[in-house]
Ligand binder design. Structure first.
Ligand code: ZN
Length: 378
């Protein structure tokens, strides 16, 4: 169920969208600068089809200036006041997560008459959004008793995932440095073998990690330096080790045949933590490997280059979504789907293939794209 605040927000957005529906067709206007009383035109609202924008020179406009502009539209009366819902809608996107903005743009395109200027304005805002706040590990890494404990409320040695979903409430988007400093160390593949099952939905159930093939007794090592939090037999996981790392991630190693560490052990990347096996709910020996941030499972392949046995990038970008986090290596290039785009054209434009695009975005090659959809290109 939606929390009340989100519901209110949703109703507000719907209300505004309806407002937009009624007010799309307003002629271009220019307004006087209300604040300093000069006659110089400071803001132009151009609502036409094509590449027009809601405001001119938005880069120079503070929020106060936009609010003043909005108020002036009300004073000017019809038809200019019909632009007010669009300005309000624009102002409201500041509070939205990226996924919500994409949904909003999507909904604008379903209107009979699409407010292109507003869509363009929103797109421009998103493109110029200030860089993500950085929660680098440098500030806390050497002062904490436990690895990354500023991210976590508790140190539980019994439950693999003891965290309530509330601990991600304040998260929006940030960058996590995974390796490269003395304390963070260098990533190491937990097992040097082939991937047998990817992350994601599998037979109607969510597979929260990846499976890596191994032989019973093969060594399993820590992926990053950190401290062992859980080392025990736990249900379907079988013999399990969970390590919390200085970089903020927690990694899980399941179905082990033997456990070689204890809770509280400090481990380096590449250090032996157990021997591979098939304990718990497992068919055939393999390592089930998870990477979580605040308890939320991330796709390990969003940062591990399995072919190179290395990280895709030292820095992982994490953005909160309605369902969890989306994670991708820094420097990833995205394409925002425009009207008329098809996967083949996009692949051509970026020098890649429809097969590769479908794979990294987790979609089918014949999937229907929607306007505003963000596709990972690299
Ligand atoms: Zn698995």
């Amino acid at each position: 169920m939606l929390p009340v605040s989100k519901l209110k927000h949703f109703i507000l957005v719907i209300g505004i969208v309806l407002g937009v529906l009624l007010s799309w067709q307003v002629p271009a206007v220019s307004i006087k600068n209300v604040e300093n009383g000069s006659n110089r035109d400071t803001v132009q609202a151009i609502v036409t089809y094509g590449s027009s924008f809601l405001f001119d020179a938005i880069e120079d406009l503070s929020k106060e200036a936009i609010l003043a502009y909005r108020d002036s539209l009300i004073c000017m009366g019809s038809p200019y006041d019909q632009l007010v819902p669009q300005v309000d809608l624009f102002l409201s996107i500041e509070q939205m997560e990226e996924e919500q903005v994409v949904e909003l743009i999507d909904s604008l395109f379903t209107l009979d008459r699409v407010p292109y200027a507003l869509v363009n304005e929103i797109n421009r805002y998103i493109a110029n959004r200030p860089p993500l706040p950085k929660y680098g590990p440098f500030a806390y890494v050497d002062t904490c008793e436990l690895p990354a404990d500023c991210f976590y409320p508790a140190w539980d040695t019994q439950l693999p995932n003891p965290y309530s979903t509330k601990i991600t409430d304040s998260d929006t988007a940030f960058e996590l440095l995974l390796q490269g400093t003395e304390r963070l160390g260098q990533f190491c593949m937990p097992v040097d073998d082939v991937l047998t099952s990817p992350f994601g939905w599998r037979n109607g159930r969510m597979h929260n990690g990846i499976d890596i093939d191994l032989q019973v007794w093969d060594t399993v090592v820590a992926a990053f330096p950190g401290m062992v939090r859980v080392a025990k037999y736990y249900g379907g996981y079988g013999r399990l080790v969970v390590i919390r790392h200085y970089n903020g991630l927690e990694t899980t190693y399941a179905h082990l045949h033997r456990i070689k560490v204890e809770p509280g052990d400090v481990v380096e990347a590449g250090q032996l933590i157990g021997l591979g096996g098939s304990s718990g709910k497992s068919t055939g020996s393999h390592l089930h490997f998870e990477a979580r941030f605040k308890g939320v499972a991330l796709n390990p392949l969003s940062f591990i280059d399995f072919k190179e046995r290395a990280l895709l990038n030292d820095t992982l970008v994490i953005r909160k979504t309605k369902t969890g986090f989306v994670a991708y290596p820094k420097g990833t290039l995205f394409h925002t789907v425009k009207r008329g785009d098809c996967l083949y054209d996009i692949a051509q434009r970026y020098g890649t293939t429809t097969y590769a695009l479908a794979k990294i975005n987790g979609i089918r090659r014949n999937s229907k794209l929607w306007v505003g959809q963000r596709l990972r290109v690299i």
